[in-house]
Write a protein that binds this ligand. Structure first.
Ligand code: ADP
Ligand code: 5GP
Length: 202
């Protein structure tokens, strides 16, 4: 059976990572990993759907149990990827998308170098500010913190395999989908099994 691939998507807050991921998940062979966070839920966010919202104590407990594939402190809160869920899905042949920050992506790169790393860029800093303000999710302080980090985050782009500028949403989604399709066309173990079958047929 085909093994699921791991796709890591990062980029500054407000670039459109969440919006793009939601569109990609229309494909049934791919899932978004639900992270755990100590951040408070935003209006409309649902426990178990957007995040597992937990206390700092609960988060620390999972760190001690080595239950995270990666975790990091981002914009003043903790975020982490629960390990078992991701590994089980990949074993079942399902692709998993991690929408995580750069610190987390670097941890994944260390442990799973075969993962595919995609960076989402906004078309301009003015548009980034407009989107994150328009989302209406942040306090003044959090907004300033997130915008202030954007250029520092972009400086890590050379650690990624692909970058996609999210100008027109449709085009950005098509590009990310194309990356996923292309990665499944790589010459890999699976293709050698197919070639063995050809030989048996001769
Ligand atoms: P992130 O997950 O990177 O923080 P979001 O997906 O929450 O960003 O997007 C931030 C805001 O920008 C949301 O209000 C979203 O609807 C909007 N948005 C996302 N992509 C586009 C786009 N291509 N054009 C215009 N607005 C967008
Ligand atoms: P937000 O608070 O806007 O939902 O997310 C803030 C940042 O945390 C984003 O850059 C997002 O990609 C990152 N993030 C979300 N979940 C995780 C996670 O599980 N691990 C890490 N390292 N970062 C995460």
């Amino acid at each position: 059976m085909r093994k699921g691939r791991l796709f890591v998507i990062s980029g500054p807050s407000g670039a459109g990572k969440g919006t793009i991921c939601k569109e990609i998940l229309e494909n049934e062979n791919i899932r978004l990993s639900v992270s755990m966070t100590t951040r408070k839920p935003r209006d409309g966010e649902v426990h178990g759907v957007n995040y597992y919202f937990v206390s700092i104590k609960e988060f620390q407990q999972i760190i001690e149990e080595r239950g995270f594939l990666e975790y990091a402190q981002v914009y003043g809160n903790f975020y982490g990827t629960p390990k078992m869920e991701v590994l089980d899905l990949m074993k079942e042949g399902i692709d998993v998308v991690l929408e995580i920050d750069i610190q987390g992506a670097l941890q994944i790169k260390e442990a799973y170098p075969e993962a595919v790393f995609i960076f989402i860029l906004p078309p301009s800093m003015a548009e980034l500010r407009k989107r994150i303000t328009g989302r209406g999710s942040e306090t003044e302080e959090s907004l300033a913190r997130r915008l202030g980090e954007a250029l520092n985050e972009i400086a890590y782009i050379d650690k990624y395999d692909y970058c996609v500028i999210n100008g027109q949403l449709r085009e950005a989604v098509d590009r990310v989908s194309a990356i996923i399709t292309a990665e499944h066309s790589r010459v890999s173990e699976d293709v050698y099994k197919i070639i063995e079958r050809y030989k048996e047929e001769m």
